[in-house]
Design a protein around this ligand. Structure first.
Ligand SMILES: [Zn+2]
Ligand SMILES: [Zn+2]
Length: 127
């Protein structure tokens, strides 16, 4: 049954994002699953990641000059990216969650969201 196959693949892809807390790219997910699932195509991985992020099961993380990453952590948080190796670190700062209303208050603009990525040099690259 096609339906069963598709939902099984989606589950595999979802679990890969949850288990690999590196904020994997579609490419990473594909390579990770390909060895045990030779029939899997990169297109299927892209499509399922798209659907999973559309329905809020995972988050899509846009990093400038990098392919999109995917994140199994749904709780609101920010990211710091190492400028040397590209490693992504999760940042949880509750005060920043009110940034939209702060900007709305200061500017009178109708703020619908924001994207912030912090740049860093990770401890490994620093040494
Ligand atoms: Zn680094
Ligand atoms: Zn994250």
């Amino acid at each position: 049954m096609a339906t069963t196959k598709y939902s099984r693949q989606r589950e595999l892809i979802y679990n890969t994002v949850i288990e690999n807390q590196v904020h994997p790219t579609a490419e990473f997910v594909y390579k990770y699953l390909k060895k045990d699932n030779p029939q899997l195509s990169l297109g299927t991985v892209y499509r399922n990641l798209q659907q999973l992020s559309d329905n809020g099961a995972i988050n899509r993380v846009s990093i400038p000059n990098q392919p999109d990453r995917f994140d199994g952590v749904i709780k609101p948080h920010y990211h710091a990216v190492c400028s040397k190796c590209g490693k992504i670190e999760d940042i949880f700062i509750e005060e920043m969650e009110s940034i939209d209303s702060l900007v709305a208050e200061k500017t009178g603009l109708n703020i619908i969201g924001h994207e912030i990525v912090f740049k860093t040099i990770c401890p490994l690259c620093k040494n």
